[in-house]
Design a protein around this ligand. Structure first.
Ligand code: TXA
Ligand code: MG
Length: 343
């Protein structure tokens, strides 16, 4: 089955497309959609059959639960408990946007048990991407959507990435511009006190503390010893990995050319545009994360695309300069370290 490609923003028949998508969702079809973080692979969150298909298309372990996407709070009335004051404040400040909240499910909710992999909590997110919001608003379907990549590969930040991984495996891809942010949403477990950041993202610990106060939130790895289980089941799997081996380059720029040019493997190097001079004599594939180290937004946006470009070039080893740990680089380093450790 060839996957249908639809570009809503370029179409003169938008209403027809939304009607068609609604019908597709009701027929348990899989539709890849853009979001501001990464592209998502969406299906009707109330249908066991549709959700099952998501796991199969991605090759995702069935014990790794999915995020449900929605567009207005009333849709959650019978589904999750949002009564916690901390939750109200987070919602007020960060939705729509790149924040996912883990909340307690209400009894008799209609969400497929396959979405939550049997947990009694649900991860939910109100995306800000215009196309995603319009699809949610016009179809009125609650959409379960993990990132639209093959499980274990870097998340898709461009239409082409989705096509590469999932063409012929899913029904539709909505073609749109590259994702604005480029890393997955911040996942916050709101069933705990203090709150726990299960996966760091664009919304930082400091952003949350600015709203809820110092000490209101911890990182997953600060509590992992206490709870003994990873809070986001997905964090235990190998993630974000290119085919090539990703290696931290800890040596000096003086030794760079000497070391890398001698490699008899196809090699890549990731650096910043302002280091151009150092790499001019390098005869390996060089890619720039951003203009300079300070441009974290650009780095986040480019990372997965760069890893995928190296894969396309069949590079076997990728070297990357160490990135300084700051408030803003927590999410980037989290994804990089996962790609480096390959576990
Ligand atoms: O930005 C994003 O969040 C993207 C876009 C498409 O919205 N989605 C995304 O989904 O990254 P996914 O499935 O690739 O990652 C969801 C993460 C996984 O680590 C999963 O284990 C965790 O959220 N998660 C989902 N439901 C959970 C729950 N009830 N309790 C704990 N963790 C949960
Ligand atoms: Mg994912």
């Amino acid at each position: 089955m060839e996957t249908e490609i639809i570009n809503i923003s370029k179409s003169n028949y938008k209403e027809e497309i939304y009607n068609k998508l609604k019908m597709y969702y009701k027929n348990n079809k899989l539709v890849a959609i853009p979001t501001e973080t990464v592209y998502g692979l969406s299906a009707d969150a109330e249908s066991d059959e549709a959700v099952e298909k998501i796991y199969i298309a991605k090759g995702r372990p069935s014990d790794n639960p999915l995020i449900v996407h929605f567009y207005k709070m009333e849709q959650l009335d019978d589904i999750v408990d949002c009564s916690d004051k901390r939750v109200e404040k987070l919602i007020e400040n960060f939705w729509p946007g790149p924040m996912t909240l883990i909340l307690n499910l209400k009894n008799n909710n209609k969400i497929s048990k396959k979405v939550t992999a049997g947990l009694n909590t649900l991860a939910i997110r109100m995306p800000s991407n215009k196309t995603a919001r319009e699809i949610l608003r016009k179809t009125k379907v609650l959409l379960a959507a993990p990132s639209a990549n093959t499980s274990g590969k870097p998340s898709p930040t461009k239409f082409e990435h989705v096509y590469h991984d999932l063409n012929r495996k899913i029904d539709v891809i909505i073609e749109d511009k590259p994702s604005d942010i480029g890393l997955e949403s911040t996942v916050i477990d709101c069933t705990r006190k203090p709150l726990v950041i299960a996966r760091p993202g664009e919304i930082t610990k400091e952003d949350i503390e600015n709203v809820l106060g110092i000490g209101s939130v911890k990182y997953n790895d600060e509590v992992i010893g206490e709870t003994k289980v990873p809070i986001a089941p997905g964090m235990k799997y190998r993630h974000y990995s290119p085919e090539a081996e990703l290696i931290l380059y800890n040596d000096s720029f003086e030794n760079l050319v000497d070391l890398l040019n001698k490699k008899n493997k196809k090699t890549g190097f990731i650096t910043y545009k302002n280091k151009e001079l150092f790499v001019e004599n390098l005869n390996v594939s060089v890619k720039y994360l951003a203009d300079n180290e300070k441009d974290i937004e650009q780095s986040n946006k480019n990372l997965y695309n760069i890893l995928r470009e190296f894969d396309n070039e069949k590079v076997e080893e990728i070297y990357i300069l160490p990135i300084e740990k700051t408030k803003e680089t927590v999410a980037l380093l989290n994804r990089l370290n996962k790609a480096i450790s390959k576990n």
